[in-house]
Design a protein around this ligand. Structure first.
Ligand SMILES: [Zn+2]
Length: 187
């Protein structure tokens, strides 16, 4: 049995002429294959018609934008936390290094345990007092100024502080060395 053009007519969206409709009906009455195709196709069409429309919720755009802004804010906060941590580590590391280097010097020049201990304690106290003073000063500056100091300025100040400390360490380390050379030549 020839199923053309009936298969085409069934699957085609274009409307059929009354003559074509009659021919199709006659064919379907005798052809189970085309009847099955017609039924299957109409079922598919039904499904497509009644499928729920996939549309975004009305406030979807707003929520999405809010999500993006929140994400951005979180990223900025994370970056600031990271910079603050780095800054603290840098300053703390510098201070610790300074403390160790200062006390290396005292270990070399003051041999008795008691003196070393006293020197260590006094240096620690001095260091803590200095750091406390710096923090006090920073807080005072922060309170007095009518605007908040940007983080980058704090980083700058901390960097300058660390650089100054390094320079100081370099000078402190050179002096005893020179002194010992002078002593040797004098002897
Ligand atoms: Zn047929």
């Amino acid at each position: 049995m020839n199923h053309l053009p009936f298969e085409d007519w069934l699957l085609n969206e274009e409307p059929l002429s009354p003559q074509q409709k009659l021919e199709l009906q006659n064919h379907l009455a005798n052809c189970t294959q085309c009847t099955q195709l017609a039924q299957a196709w109409s079922a598919v069409e039904d499904l497509m018609k009644h499928a729920p429309a996939v549309e975004p919720a009305p406030d979807f755009t707003q929520r999405w934008e809010g999500f993006l802004v929140g994400k951005q804010r979180k990223q900025i906060a994370r970056r600031q936390r990271w910079i603050t941590g780095l800054l603290l580590a840098l300053t703390g590391g510098g201070a610790l290094l300074l403390f160790i280097l200062l006390n290396l010097d005292s270990l070399r020049n003051l041999p008795t345990i008691g003196e070393i201990f006293t020197r260590l304690l006094s240096n620690a106290a001095l260091l803590i007092a200095t750091i406390a003073n710096i923090f006090d000063l920073a807080e005072t500056i922060g309170n007095v100024l009518p605007f908040p100091i940007p983080l980058i300025v704090w980083i700058d100040l901390a960097m300058s502080f660390v650089l100054l400390c390094s320079a100081w360490i370099a000078i402190v380390f050179r002096l005893p060395h020179k002194r010992s050379i002078n002593n040797e030549t004098r002897d």
